[in-house]
Design a protein around this ligand. Structure first.
Ligand code: HT7
Ligand code: ZN
Length: 844
């Protein structure tokens, strides 16, 4: 398949004035009638008329009322049309029931729903399915389903039909339709200008009790966007629909967001604190897209991070405001390192603004989303809060209603701040994670930090230029006082020094506070200094980072056979836990060890071939050491974390429960699972119940609890996803593949449901020592199932193949096994463009 290139962008030949659609719903043969007013685009280079269309049966077509026979070509149709505005009409037939790819119009549990981003609308009707063609839509839906929904405001309805009108011009990827037997939680919101907006959250009957939390999150998001960005909602109604078969988390369709049930339904009995936090963030994310994505959209898919990076940055800022204490920043960075740094370090590394792609669905990545958000965070750090807000105001004023580029975005910042952002633009165009080496110098009064930046080669990019790196730095005096508050050092050269003058004593630096740039910081530091920062740093991120770095030093030394700084680590950890000034949420995060995948990458960077089994053993040994060292403190800590009040999904209570579970994990190593069994019995919420189950599985004493859990929750698909996932994540390395395989034979396993598929195979990939077990069984099993899934759902199959992206880190035997697995996928018959591209890039 041919690559699509940014350099080949050409404006559309035809623009659309308005779209009228009629849907006659039927599971195997839905008819879609379209009436589209086209006008020539004065900025286009030609008048050739092409409409995208895939998996469509054309029944008839006409131009200005005259029947025509368009030429059906690869990916759509061509027709001869007048050199002036005209009306296109067509009728097509589609088969929602056969649509297992979950793109376009499909059926989920008997309910019709759509997913059009990125290129799903072309599976609904013939259309210029590109984001720079924007138009108002009117949609009439005919069907026996009691609830018939589309974008915009309801304009008419009768028995068996409903009409919706969306006055805001939008690209086709934001189109949505839902029809089924649904019930709604209703509420309302008064906007800052006093308009009343109806809010509806639609679910299947029986799920009503899981809707309240998301509704509250929606109202908080609407208020926050008004207060922080000055953005007001712009229709009479905002609706969310929960769907159980969905490829990603949620979709920001104009006025009619569609959500994966896992990203919206919540109750204390069935959802963990992490679920609540994720739901709040996703509800906010999709809502925020109304301005950053919908009102101002992307010119083409190379600009995807324009909406996604910005909207992730906005949802992260929202979460930080809703859950203060600096903890959400630590969680964001953990996710960034776990997914985006991993991507950057392997064959799938790509720019925040790629130059080419084969299948756009493969580019909804951590780099586009999370690194894109980091880039915006850096921009804000560099220009300052006030100038950032000015620039955003200018962005909305200048580009409302347009389909824009990342260059448009940077130009707004240049115009609003007077800064030249040519060098900053490299963050969009250079793939890879910069390494930042630091050395220091002290002359008795002046302290100098010297930074050297370098960036490893990534596919197709060997040479890299120096970037602008904002390095937020503070200095601590020997007694732990802050002698220089946070200052942003602006690095622009390959090597650059910064001097702090006139200090009374040699300071301890706290570098990259708040993780002010997405880089890997390398600095030779003693265990004592790390312990000092864990005790005294005023920046919550760097405080946590010091403990994590110390834990990493211990693990790496254990693996490479050097003397680990164990005493320093255990002492620092105990001191941190005794410090009641630290929130339970912070202490819980500080107790967690770095992930095994993170250790593997660090070893690889240090030219040591990582052995997943050894890494796992080292982590197990260290956890045991920690448990024994903290033994005397654990009962007191456990008592401290008991939540006396009724369950509430607040950050505060979540922090207490998180610490309680970290303590339980350590206690399980000492009591063989007694406390965990008691917790499992008495837990009044899913967070503690699942945490206790995890401890029991780790202690290989989970059989009874698993059976009880399944008996209780067999009717709840989202909870059963957890049941599947836990068994694989907590399987011993030698049993992980067999456990996953056995679960695929369970009657409740359904490969067509992305949540269930991910619960088993996403979990297998997460169990690093299990997936990379020397037997190669993990690789073979995943390859088998990618091959089986690909014809049904290429998007998910392709995504799952990224589990292999780290293969070049490992020893020759593992590399040979993974290569064989990838070659087998590659050779399978009729492999999709999605999976073909991913496997090709991983193997290259
Ligand atoms: N903008 C959306 C991205 C998306 C998607 C969502 C659901 C299913 C398939 C999808 N393909 C692309 C989600 C978001 O970023 O908000
Ligand atoms: Zn998004």
């Amino acid at each position: 398949p041919q690559a699509i290139r940014l350099a080949d962008y050409a404006p559309p030949n035809w623009l659309v004035n308005e779209v009228q659609l009629t849907f006659r719903l039927a599971p195997r043969a839905t008819r879609v009638l379209s009436r589209i007013r086209f006008r020539p685009n004065p900025e286009a280079g030609g008048r050739a008329f092409f409409l995208h269309g895939e998996h469509l049966k054309l029944i008839r077509a006409s131009v200005d009322g005259a029947e025509i026979s368009p030429r059906l070509v690869d990916g759509g149709l061509e027709a001869d049309v007048p050199d002036a505005p005209f009306t296109w009409e067509a009728e097509v037939e589609i088969d929602p029931e056969a649509n297992t790819a979950l793109e376009g119009l499909y059926l989920s549990n008997g309910m019709y729903c759509t997913q059009c981003e990125a290129e799903g609308f072309r599976r609904i009707t013939f259309y210029p399915d590109r984001p720079d063609v924007m138009a108002p839509f009117t949609v009439r839906i005919e069907g026996p389903e009691p609830v018939l929904l589309s974008n915009g405001n309801p304009t008419a309805s009768g028995a068996g039909w409903a009409e919706w009108t969306d006055p805001w011009p939008k690209p086709a990827y934001l189109f949505a339709l839902v029809a089924g037997d649904l019930v709604a939680l209703e509420d309302s919101f008064t906007t800052m200008s006093g308009r009343e907006v109806t809010l509806k959250l639609w679910v299947r009957p029986g799920d009503e009790h899981k809707t309240e939390f998301a509704m509250e999150a929606l109202k908080k998001s609407m208020r926050w966007d008004e207060e922080v960005y000055g953005r007001e909602y712009d229709l009479d109604i905002f609706q969310i629909v929960a769907v159980s078969d969905f490829n990603m988390g949620a979709m920001e369709n104009k006025g009619l967001n569609i959500f994966n049930t896992s990203a919206v339904l919540a109750s204390p009995d069935t959802s963990t604190d992490a679920n609540f936090e994720r739901i709040e963030a996703i509800v906010a994310h999709e809502y925020f897209h109304n301005w950053t994505g919908n009102r101002i959209t992307c010119r083409d898919w190379f600009q995807l991070s324009l909406k996604e990076g910005l909207t992730v940055f906005r949802d992260q800022s929202f979460t930080a405001d809703m859950r203060p204490g600096g903890v959400s920043r630590i969680e964001d960075v953990m996710a960034l390192r776990g997914r985006q740094f991993r991507e950057d370090n392997g064959p799938l590394a790509h720019q925040v603004q790629p130059d080419s792609f084969v299948e756009i669905n493969n580019f909804y990545t951590a780099t586009i989303y999370e690194k894109g958000a980091e880039v915006i965070r850096m921009l804000k750090t560099l220009v300052g809060d006030a100038a950032y807000r000015d620039a955003l105001d200018l962005y909305f004023a200048r580009h409302d209603g347009e389909a824009c580029t990342i260059d448009d975005w940077l130009k707004v910042f240049e115009d609003a701040t007077g800064r030249d952002l040519a060098q900053f633009r490299l963050w969009y165009k250079q793939a890879g994670t910069p390494r930042l080496d630091v050395t220091e110098d002290w002359d008795g009064a002046n302290y100098t930090l010297t930074f050297r930046q370098h960036m490893p080669a990534t596919p197709g990019q060997n040479e890299k230029k120096p970037m602008v790196i904002p390095i937020a730095t503070g200095l601590l005096g020997p007694n732990g006082d802050e002698v220089v508050p946070t200052t942003v050092l602006e690095m622009t050269e390959a090597e650059q020094s910064f001097t702090f003058e006139g200090l009374a004593a040699r300071p301890v630096p706290s570098i990259l506070r708040g993780f002010s740039a997405p880089v890997i910081l390398n600095r030779e530091t003693s265990p004592e200094e790390r312990a000092f920062l864990l005790a005294h740093d005023t920046d919550p991120f760097n405080k946590w980072e010091a403990g994590r770095a110390l834990a990493k030093d211990v693990l790496i030394a254990m693996i490479t056979g050097e003397e680990p700084p164990l005493a320093a680590y255990l002492g620092a950890l105990a001191a941190m836990l005794r410090d009641e000034g630290q929130s339970p949420a912070f202490r819980a995060l500080a107790l967690r060890l770095p992930g095994e995948d993170d250790i593997a990458q660090t070893l690889f960077d240090a030219n040591v071939t990582p052995d997943p089994a050894r890494i796992h053993d080292a982590a197990e040994t260290l956890r045991q050491e920690v448990a024994e060292h903290l033994q005397d403190m654990l009962p007191r800590l456990a008592a401290e974390c008991v939540v006396a009040e009724p369950f509430a999904p607040t950050g505060e209570q979540a922090g207490q429960r998180a610490l309680a579970l970290e303590v339980l994990k350590l206690t399980t190593r000492l009591d063989g699972g007694k406390a965990a069994a008691a917790m499992f019995e008495s837990a009044g919420n899913m967070t503690l119940s699942l945490g206790a189950l995890g401890c029991l599985l780790d202690a290989e004493k989970g059989e009874d609890a698993l059976a009880a859990f399944a008996a209780k929750w067999q009717g709840d698909a989202l909870v059963m996803d957890k049941w599947f996932m836990m068994q694989v994540v907590h399987a011993a390395p030698e049993k992980a593949a067999a456990t996953a395989e056995a679960l695929t034979a369970h009657p409740a396993f359904n490969m067509k449901n992305p949540n269930r598929f991910r619960a088993v195979f996403g979990a297998l990939a997460m169990n690093a020592a299990g997936f990379h077990h020397a037997s190669g069984k993990g690789y073979d099993l995943l390859a088998d199932w990618i091959i089986r899934l690909d014809p049904l759902n290429p998007q998910i199959a392709a995504r799952m193949s990224s589990a292999f992206e780290t293969w070049k880190r490992y020893d020759a035997d593992r590399q040979a096994q993974i290569r064989a697995a990838l070659e087998r996928i590659k050779a399978s018959e009729n492999l999709s463009r999605d999976t073909g591209e991913m496997v090709g890039r991983i193997l290259a």
